[in-house]
Design a protein around this ligand. Structure first.
Ligand code: FAD
Length: 383
C-alpha cells in the first residue's frame, strides 16, 4: 500500500514523508499533509525566525487557501497593498490600482507563523542541513548534517539554489546565474501604507512597500555585471539607484533599520524540472519567477497545495508513483507556465532602457493595459 511505513535500514530514522526546506513551500506542504493525518519530518538548515531576501509583497490569491489551513494571517496585521506606482530610470511614472492586491508582510513574521502552525499540527521540524537525497528500490535515503533518514516520499522546497541541486545533477545548476539581490528595511513616515512602488534603474529594478512592522521593505534585483563594478550595496545605491529620482528621494529621507542589508548572489531564472529523481519540487526549487511580478511566494504556496493533493490522491487511489509524478508535472505546467512566460518578457522589456521608456509611453496613453498585464503574472484566488 502506498505510503505504508517500512523501515529501510534499522539504524536509520524513518518517516513517511520528508520535506526538505522550511520556507513557504515546505512549511505549507507540511501543514497541509499533517492536517490530513500524514507523518511529516521537515528539515530546515536555519533557525526561526529569520529575515530573507524578498520583496515581501504577498499576492492576495493565497488568502483563501491559507484560511483553509487555519493559517491566520490577520494575526500579523499585514498592510493592504492596493496601488502600484511604476517608474522608469529617468523618473517617468504611472500609478494604477492593483487588480487583486497584496499583503505587505515580512518573511521574518510570515515564515515564523507557518513554522509555529506546522509544529502545532504535529510536524517534526529538524534544524539540519540536508546534503544528499537518493532514491533506491522505491524508498528515499535522505542524508543530513546529523544522520540518515528513510522515507517513502520526499518533497523539495529548498529554494532557489542549493548544493542539493548539484547533487541531483540538475541542468540549471550548470548554467549562468548572473543576478544579485539586496534587501533592507527602512523607516520613513511619509510613505503610503497601501502602495507598492517598482522603480527601474540601469541594470535592475527595486521594490518599495510597507510590511506589518511599519518598516518599508526595499528590495532590488540587479545584474551581477552592473553590481560588480561597485560591489558594496551602499556604493551601488549612491551611484546607480539614486539616478532614478524616486529612489533618490527615498534614500535621501529614509533611515535604514538593518545594520547591513541582506545580499544574495548567483540567482538564476533558468527552467527547472518540477520532478527530479522522484522528488516533487515546489516553490523556487521548481522554478523562480522574475520577482518584478511579486508572485513567487504565491507560487510557492500554491505549488505546495498541488504537491500535497497529488500525494494524498496517490495514497487514496493507489495510482502508481509515476502517475502521481506526471499528474503533478501536468498541473504545475498548466497553472504556472504562462505566468513564467509573461514574466520573462516583462523583465526583458523593463531591463532595456529604450523599451522601458517606449512601454511607459504606451501605458500612459492606455493605462488600462497595466492591470491586464499584472493579471497575467498572478493567479486567481486559490480555492
Ligand atoms: C529580489 C527578490 C525579490 C522578491 N520579491 C518577492 C515579492 O515581493 N513577492 C513574492 O511573492 N515573491 C518575491 N520573490 C520570490 C520569493 O521570495 C520566492 O519565490 C519564495 O521565497 C519561494 O519560497 P520557497 O519556499 O520556494 O523558498 P525559500 O523561502 O527560499 O525557502 C527555502 C528554504 O530551504 C532551506 N534550505 C535550503 N537548502 C537546504 C538544505 N540543504 N537543507 C535544509 N534546508 C535547506 C532554506 O534555508 C530556506 O529556508 C522575490 C525574490 C527575489 C530574489
Amino acid at each position: 500500500m502506498p505510503g505504508f511505513f517500512i523501515p529501510y535500514k534499522t539504524e536509520m530514522i524513518n518517516s513517511n514523508i520528508i520535506i526538505v526546506g522550511g520556507g513557504l513551500a515546505g512549511l505549507t506542504a507540511a501543514i497541509h499533509l499533517a492536517q490530513k493525518g500524514q507523518k511529516i519530518t521537515l528539515f530546515e538548515k536555519d533557525s526561526f525566525p529569520h529575515h530573507k531576501v524578498c520583496g515581501e509583497y504577498l499576492s492576495r490569491e493565497v488568502k483563501p487557501y491559507l484560511d483553509d489551513l487555519e493559517i491566520n494571517l490577520e494575526k500579523l496585521k499585514p498592510k493592504n497593498l492596493d496601488r502600484l506606482l511604476y517608474s522608469t530610470p529617468s523618473g517617468r511614472s504611472i500609478e494604477v490600482d492593483l487588480p487583486l492586491g497584496a499583503l505587505g508582510v515580512s518573511r521574518y513574521a510570515l515564515d515564523e507563523l507557518l513554522y509555529e502552525t506546522a509544529k502545532a499540527n504535529g510536524v517534526e521540524v529538524l534544524q539540519e542541513k540536508v546534503t544528499e537525497i537518493t532514491f533506491l528500490k522505491d524508498r528515499f535515503k535522505v542524508t543530513s548534517s546529523e544522520g540518515e533518514y528513510s522515507a517513502g516520499y520526499v518533497l523539495g522546497g529548498f529554494g532557489k539554489r542549493s548544493l542539493l541541486d548539484k547533487n541531483l545533477n540538475r541542468e540549471f545548476f550548470k548554467e549562468a546565474a548572473p543576478w544579485v539581490a539586496v534587501k533592507s528595511h527602512y523607516q520613513l513616515k511619509d510613505f503610503p501604507d497601501d502602495l507598492v512602488a517598482l522603480h527601474n534603474f540601469k541594470g535592475g529594478y527595486c521594490g518599495l512597500s510597507r510590511t506589518e512592522s511599519g518598516n518599508i521593505n526595499m528590495c532590488y534585483l540587479a545584474t551581477y555585471e552592473s553590481f560588480k563594478a561597485h560591489k558594496d550595496p551602499e556604493i551601488f545605491n549612491e551611484k546607480v539607484l539614486r539616478k532614478n529620482p524616486f529612489l533618490n528621494n527615498f534614500l535621501a529621507e529614509a533611515s535604514p533599520v538593518f545594520e547591513q542589508p541582506l545580499t544574495i548572489a548567483q540567482i538564476s531564472f533558468s527552467k527547472k524540472e518540477a520532478v527530479k529523481d522522484h522528488v516533487l519540487m515546489m516553490g523556487d526549487t521548481a522554478g523562480l519567477i522574475h520577482p518584478l511580478c511579486g508572485n513567487g511566494m504565491a507560487i510557492a504556496i500554491h505549488s505546495a497545495k498541488i504537491a500535497s493533493e497529488e500525494i494524498l490522491k496517490h495514497f487514496k487511489t493507489g495510482n502508481s508513483r509515476e502517475e502521481m509524478e506526471n499528474a503533478y508535472k501536468e498541473r504545475w505546467d498548466k497553472i504556472f507556465s504562462q505566468r513564467f512566460r509573461t514574466a520573462f518578457w516583462l523583465q526583458k522589456i523593463l531591463l532595456s532602457e529604450n523599451l522601458a521608456e517606449i512601454s511607459q509611453t504606451l501605458i500612459s496613453t492606455m493605462p488600462f493595459l497595466l492591470p491586464k498585464i499584472i493579471k497575467k503574472t498572478h493567479g486567481e484566488p486559490i480555492v
